[in-house]
Unconditional design. Structure first.
Length: 94
């Protein structure tokens, strides 16, 4: 087998479009207060999607929400909480 060629990803400020987004959608991201989850939330919000983000660090969630107050809704929660299912359902109905 040959080696897989690594693709170089564009810098954060160069990513402006999410492939395949043609109309407003609702997106739910678990673990979206930093890293890839945060970047995906920013990208989808830029495209006009409604984004629900769940994470444990409320201060980071609020920072992201301030960037896109009309598109991003946040929930401070741990995915292991017993009643997380109901909380996620409420967040999805943005």
């Amino acid at each position: 087998m040959g080696k897989r060629k690594k693709e170089k990803l564009p810098a954060n400020d160069q990513i402006t479009k999410v492939p395949g987004i043609k109309k407003k959608k609702k997106i739910l991201i678990v673990g979206g207060s930093s890293g890839l989850g945060k970047r995906l939330a920013e990208m989808y919000a830029t495209e006009g999607c409604l984004v629900g983000i769940v994470a444990r660090r409320e201060n980071l969630l609020k920072e992201i929400q301030q960037q896109f107050p009309d598109q991003i809704h946040i929930l401070k929660a741990d995915i292991n909480e017993p009643d997380i299912g109901n909380k996620l359902i409420n967040l999805i109905h943005l």
